[in-house]
Design a binder for this molecule. Structure first.
Ligand SMILES: *Cc1c(COP(=O)(O)O)cnc(C)c1O
Length: 596
């Protein structure tokens, strides 16, 4: 491939952004457009909603990610109910513009070049947010290296580490090659933590040969530039690499004995690296910040609860209704606080019926199955993995059948398992086995290939949104927020964001610990409260829909989230940032500058 095809943009394309963008947001995945398969799930959707909020608020943020030309995975379900995965390519050339810049990182002794492609998000008032997609398909590169930016979360440990090198180190160098002068780097999850290391090695301090246990680099200077958001309390969600791999790939890029002081004694832990080199660290909900603080005791971990971009997730019928009530709602979602008073009941119900019809049409088109308009629909869609407990609802099939006899309902499910998650793939299979077992009694649909395009009709078109994770492992969760702003009521385990969003019997229902077990509690709620209310008291149900829209929409949105990041993380002065950081007792001394 020609590194600079005739159509490639000159620096003039990026010129307008250079002086303005002061913050760089690094994310392994980002959902910008349903046609761009540059994301896998919640983390990428959040990054996309963040970018759309930056656009609305006209914030000076440039986004950096990998091109992921082959996407994450397209999911099919075979006749035996097993997940079958295919590559999920997308046409980079049609949607983004190559920039005339490239940078190299030396991996295994070879220069690996990456080039940024520009995808400009454009707003209705002329605002633009640049997104840079890093691509290694260049003639300069050895054949073996050209596909490194292709497969999101694909390949083995080495492939993944190389991707993180290209994102963190390559991404930083790309911004500099293009001429950006960035003040703050926001690391969305630990994948790009090597960026902080690349900064660190630029600030050496006079070494003290007698004290190899002290860090000979100015970590405080890096911390004044880095913000880190951690996204999961699940152990497997924190990337760790053997130091042998680091040395094998990067050689003497950074002395490993020094690296151990900031990235973990035994493994290169990307989370620890980011924690030690970021002046502002946060979890994505209040409970998650507490759990993260227990996992990483010596750090000050703040909480900025996630949100969703309301204009992206409100069904068009609701968006139109909201605009009638408060024309600026999507720019100022705080206005939704009064929607419980402003929205007329019949209009809310009508908008919901339109969202239902749209979902029913999608289901009929994709599966040939027609749902019954008279029955409530329960929805459950998320990454299929053990801690999300997608099969909790199926813990006792006889009980579920009995509930259905008294209060008939139907169920829509979706979600992909990561190909390497054996248990997750097994859960997909088990769900399908249960579906055939229940087929004669309960209408259940599994929609393959849960993605951005499917999520929009799904979160808006069901009646009840179910989430049953194993506490405290749901860091935040966002799909329930998307549902809530469409008047879909949440019935969820009290964990993540729902601990903050649930007002019992008002915005939805919480499932807390129960002596009989969580499944028992879920069944009780469904049978005794939720399904009878849907059938018997329409006006109270609509009252709850309006409570959900207003009390969740006004707060759990990315506008509020970004305003908090700006005022608390991006704009804070250097000293104030540092004052907030507590280093581990051991590392605190290690990180002191050696005496000169
Ligand atoms: C919102 C969303 C997610 C994340 O949902 P959670 O509630 O955090 O599990 C994942 N995938 C898609 C396609 C989404 O739209």
């Amino acid at each position: 491939m020609d590194p600079f095809p005739a159509a490639s943009a000159s620096l003039a394309t990026i010129g307008p952004y250079l002086g303005q963008m002061q913050i760089a947001y690094f994310s392994m995945e980002i959902a910008l457009d349903p046609k761009m398969h540059t994301y896998s799930g919640g983390l990428g959707i959040l990054a996309g909603d963040t970018a759309r909020a930056c656009l609305d608020l006209d914030l000076p943020v440039v986004f950096v990610t990998l091109a992921s030309r082959l996407g994450y995975l397209a999911q099919e379900i075979d006749a035996a109910g097993n997940q079958v995965e295919r590559a999920d390519p997308w046409p980079l050339e049609e949607l983004a513009t190559p920039l005339r810049a490239k940078v190299a990182v030396v991996l295994e002794g070879r220069e690996v070049w990456v080039r940024p492609w520009l995808f400009p998000l454009e707003g209705m008032h002329g605002q633009r947010v640049p997104v840079l997609l890093l691509d290694s398909h260049l003639v300069e590169n050895d054949e073996r290296d050209r596909g490194l930016t292709d497969r999101l979360y694909g390949g083995d440990e080495t492939y993944r580490f190389k991707q993180e090198v290209l994102l963190g180190i390559g991404g930083l160098r790309v911004l500099q090659a293009l001429g950006f002068s960035i003040r703050v780097y926001h690391l969305n999850e630990g994948h790009a933590a090597l960026l902080a290391l690349d900064l660190l090695r630029r600030y050496p301090l006079a070494p003290d040969p007698g004290r190899p246990d002290l860090l000979a680099y100015d970590a405080a200077r890096v911390r004044s530039q880095c913000v880190f958001t951690t996204h999961t309390p699940v152990e497997a969600g924190h990337d760790r690499y053997p130091y042998d791999l680091f040395e094998g790939l990067l050689g003497d890029y950074f002395p490993v004995e020094q690296l151990r002081l900031v990235a973990g004694a035994n493994h290169l832990n990307m989370t620890e690296l980011a924690l030690n080199l970021s002046g502002y660290v946060n979890g994505v909900a209040k409970r998650h910040a507490e759990v993260a603080a227990q996992m990483f005791p010596y750090y000050h971990i703040r909480a900025v609860t996630n949100g969703v971009h309301v204009a992206t997730w409100a069904h068009p019928a609701f968006a139109a209704l909201f605009t009638e009530c408060a024309p600026a709602w999507s720019y100022e979602p705080e206005l939704m606080a009064r929607f419980d008073q402003l929205l007329p009941d019949d209009r809310v119900w009508d908008a919901h019926q339109q969202a239902r019809e749209d979902l029913f049409a999608v289901i009929a088109e994709r599966t040939g199955i027609r749902l019954d308009p008279a029955l409530p629909v329960l929805g459950f869609a998320r990454r299929i993995t053990a801690y999300k407990r997608p099969s909790l609802l199926f813990a006792d099939l006889d009980r579920l059948r009995r509930i259905h006899e008294g209060h008939p309902f139907q169920l829509v499910l979706a979600g992909k398992a990561h190909p390497a998650d054996v248990h997750g793939r097994d859960l997909v299979h088990r769900i399908h086995a249960v579906m055939s077992e229940l087929a004669a009694d309960i209408r259940i649909v599994f929609l393959p290939n849960y993605d951005y395009a499917l999520a929009r009709p799904l979160v808006a078109g069901v009646d009840i949104w179910l989430n049953t994770p194993e506490p405290p492992l749901e860091a935040s969760g966002t799909s329930g927020m998307k549902a809530a702003i469409n008047g879909v009521l949440n019935l969820s385990v009290l964990d993540g964001w729902w601990l903050e969003g649930c007002i019992e019997g008002v915005t939805g229902w919480g499932i807390a610990g129960h002596p009989g077990g969580t499944a028992e509690r879920l069944y009780d709620r469904l049978e005794q409260v939720v399904l009878p209310l849907y059938r018997n008291d329409r006006s109270h149900w609509i009252w709850m829909m309006k409570q959900s829209i207003s009390k969740i929409g006004y707060y759990f949105n990315t506008h509020r989230m970004m305003r908090r990041y700006v005022s608390e993380a991006y704009l804070v002065r250097e000293g104030a940032i540092r004052a907030g950081v507590r280093m581990p007792a051991a590392s605190a001394s290690m990180l002191q500058a050696p005496a000169r």
